[in-house]
Write a protein that binds this ligand. Structure first.
Ligand SMILES: Cc1cc2nc3c(=O)[nH]c(=O)nc-3n(C[C@H](O)[C@H](O)[C@H](O)COP(=O)(O)OP(=O)(O)OC[C@H]3O[C@@H](n4cnc5c(N)ncnc54)[C@H](O)[C@@H]3O)c2cc1C
Length: 490
């Protein structure tokens, strides 16, 4: 029986372990933290439950596919709830906009902003759908190791692949693309926001990523009853059922290489051998810490990080939906601060997730559990989080109070702050980035770490810093690519 060691029990590590175990490999996971889940994690305190990382599930079919592959029904593990509205958007002039998968409802909201943009929305979504479908059969289906092959092989598929690639590529930024479609500055801002779904800037990310809105408006936005942490919990259960051994609280120190092949891992004084080593630790950090190899990926710009405030409040805010965005007045200045100056934006857009709006298990009666997230720069010496964190927290709470959450400060009965320093420390994320490598720049999508290591045999990378990128569905797809490649090579 062939064996595999997976380093890390983030979603990518758990998913690849399930797939390999289902295919008959003996799989062991070593996770440095006590809890599995990595960036999808949880805090429970004072009767409140909080997801500390991801809060939105998209492309649910990718998660379903994992359960199906393992001959299981997702319904036996998770209760998925579709959200309507998907998200409530607030602007400082008092405008409120509910985005819904029910397109008539969304069009009614758009009509209020600018009637001309209703037809633009339909055209935009149709373009987004086409982009998504191309990405689904190319970029999201193949590991980077295979992509050059499909694009340079002059077989019957070549012209189709080339056509696809040209349709998908764009020299235009997402912001320029959105400005071409929508005359309302508010709609441009709303659709620009989708760049943050992989931790990037709409002013630098190519228009290819205009496919993301289709993922929400076309395929739906989902919550998991009990909290998003139910996903890693259920995958750990599935993995155990399939015979995977999970050791938590165990940090891998080194990947052992012999004759250019990965043959095992070292943990303290002990070493453990396996036929395949799969790193779910941040791929850039895997090179740096576990292989001791400096390489070009270290120079790639990380995605943004996040500043998180978890609040248990003894009050309800009926104006909140499950997902809420309080936009800044100057989106460009905000992204310039985050990515160009790597500083804190002084008028940030604030995301508030209140799962208590949908799920009574999340907070005591008549209370809310607020997960507040502001995009923040990846770690540099420009921000001293220990010093600036408290002031930034106050600025954010004040802005929320000014935006209509009156009495927020005085109703807080539980509070926890998570800074980029915590993301770096807790999950070994490269400079605290929360989506791996950023997608800023035209070719960035093709410059992530390939799933099969090019330098060492039998070594693979799964997770947000590897292909195809960060976010729950993409990380699950990277697990599929790794498992498929291993089995193909066997
Ligand atoms: C605040 C925040 C909000 C987000 N919002 C969303 C969202 O709404 N929707 C969405 O789809 N995505 C969202 N994401 C992104 C999503 O959560 C991540 O892309 C995804 O969870 C990353 O999974 P991963 O497999 O790359 O592994 P990670 O979560 O990075 O896990 C890697 C694991 O490896 C472990 N590890 C590292 N080094 C070692 C070692 N040496 N030995 C042993 N173990 C090790 C770590 O402890 C960790 O558990 C968000 C992320 C954050 C942080």
């Amino acid at each position: 029986m062939k064996s595999a060691i997976v380093i890390g029990a983030g979603l990518g590590g758990l998913a690849v372990a399930c797939r390999l175990a289902k295919m008959g490999l003996a799989v062991t996971i070593f996770e440095k933290n006590e809890l599995v889940g990595g960036k999808v994690n949880l805090v429970e305190a004072a009767g409140y439950k909080f997801d500390t990382g991801a809060s939105l599930l998209t492309m649910r079919h990718v998660l379903e596919d994992l359960f199906n592959f393992c001959s299981r029904h997702i319904e036996d593990y998770l209760e998925l709830v579709e959200l309507d509205p998907i998200c409530r958007y607030f602007w400082s002039d008092g405008t409120v906009f509910d985005a819904s998968r029910n397109l008539e409802k969304t069009e009614a909201e758009i009509r209020k902003l600018n009637p001309k943009d209703v037809s633009a929305f339909r055209a935009y979504l149709s373009d987004a759908k086409q982009k998504y479908e191309i990405a689904e059969r190319t970029f999201l289906a193949k590991s980077l190791n295979e992509l050059p092959e499909i694009l340079t092989k002059f077989d019957g598929e070549f012209l189709k692949n080339l056509r696809d690639l040209l349709r998908l590529s764009s020299l235009r930024t997402l912001d320029a693309h959105n400005s071409k479609f929508f005359s309302s500055p508010k709609l441009r801002q709303l659709f620009n926001r989708f760049a943050t779904y992989n931790g990037s800037s709409p002013y630098e990310i190519p228009a290819t990523f205009a496919l993301i809105p289709y993922v929400e408006f076309g395929l739906g936005a989902w919550y998991v009853k009990g909290g998003i942490y139910e996903i890693p919990k259920s995958l750990a259960r599935l993995a155990s059922e399939l015979g995977v051994r999970i050791f938590s609280g165990v940090e891998v120190d080194k990947i052992i290489i012999k004759n250019q092949k990965a043959v095992g891992v070292q943990i303290g004084e002990e070493s453990f051998g396996a036929d395949f080593i799969i790193s779910n630790a941040d791929a850039v950090e895997t090179y740096r810490r576990l292989l001791g190899v400096e390489n070009k990926f270290v120079r790639r710009q990380p995605s943004c990080s996040g500043f998180v405030i978890l609040l248990g409040v003894k009050k309800q805010f009926p104006k909140l939906a499950h997902h809420n965005i309080f936009f800044s007045d100057d989106y460009k200045a905000e992204f310039d601060a985050i990515f160009k100056q790597t500083k804190l934006a002084q008028n940030p857009t604030i995301y508030v997730c209140a799962t208590s709006r949908t799920d009574a298990t999340q907070a005591p009666p008549n209370c809310e559990n607020l997960f507040i997230l502001v995009n923040a720069p990846y770690l540099t010496d420009k921000v001293d989080w220990e010093k600036e964190g408290k002031d930034y927290r106050n600025l954010i709470i004040r802005k929320l109070e000014d935006s209509g959450l009156e009495g927020l400060e005085e109703s807080i009965e539980f509070e926890k702050i998570i800074t980029p320093l915590d993301f770096a420390r807790d999950t070994n994320a490269n400079r605290g980035s929360i989506y791996g490598i950023s997608s800023n720049g035209i070719f960035s999508a093709f410059l992530r770490v390939p799933n099969k290591c090019r330098e060492f045999e039998n070594l693979y990378f799964v997770g947000g810093a590897a292909h195809p990128g960060g976010g729950i569905p993409l990380v699950l797809l990277s697990a599929k690519m790794v498992a498929d490649t291993i089995i193909k090579n066997l």
